[in-house]
Design a protein around this ligand. Sequence first.
Ligand code: SAM
Length: 275
Amino acid sequence: MVRMGKVTKLKSLYDYRKQILGLVNDKNHEKKQNTVLAKYGIEKLPIVKPSDFFSKYPRTKGDDSITITSDFSYGISPENDYYFLCRIAKAINTKRYFEIGTWLGLSARNISDNLGDDAEVFSLDIPFDHPEMAVFGIPEHIFGYYAKEKKNVTFLKSDSKLFNHVEYNKSIDLVFIDGNHSQEYVENDTRIGLELMKNNSSIIAWHDYVILGETNKNVLCGILNSVPTEMHKHIIHLQQSNMALYSPSFDFTPIKDKRWDIPESTFTVEMKLKI
Ligand SMILES: C[S@@+](CC[C@H](N)C(=O)[O-])C[C@H]1O[C@@H](n2cnc3c(N)ncnc32)[C@H](O)[C@@H]1O
């Protein structure tokens, strides 16, 4: 067995993060992205305030009380995104959730914790020993670690490009796309997501539409190239999240996009360290 040094390990993890977040672009790629955005006349998605978004969904008592587990480690989603994902899942009364991109299993775990045992949670990730993954030397047990005790979470193992999703078609309330963030894969994964949607109230959420405060063009172009053009008006950016959301049922009035502004809401976070 070849042993990796600490520095090599850190570098490969750094490269891996860049790769999974789709930040490995070249100038040519950027030019192509700008052509795609010009074709659709979209530079950014319309921004919808959380209060406007959630006013669409009738509230039941305790709807906005969400508990999130996180270890704040590398490659996971920020807590505001877990919060919104879970709150949306509850708002639309999700019975079947499907995500592409398991990693440590935290999005699956949080969805499972907040929806309860009735809901079915499917989490797809590329096999750890797939040639594209094996180079990073990530141990198998890392994948899905935080959800492995959850009985309603089913782990699926395949490169999303090769995944046969037919048995899940037209059955999913909420799809979370958070796998390989290159434009090519976002297109592939979005096409799958569109087929998975149960009905017009189903929602697709894409993670890392915003990354470090900037629009992630890989994700935006991937979305626009795969969602039918006449449906683009139903794709939004949920303010104070890093997610783009789509549902044929969306019909929101977006806010004016001001770069420097104080958002309308704050989060109350009660933290407990479980040792
Ligand atoms: C950002 S992480 C997912 C984080 C997780 N959704 C969360 O929020 O806790 C991205 C995951 O996508 C997986 N992935 C990368 N390429 C993939 C592919 N082609 N098919 C399926 N999964 C892939 C990676 O192995 C990684 O586990």
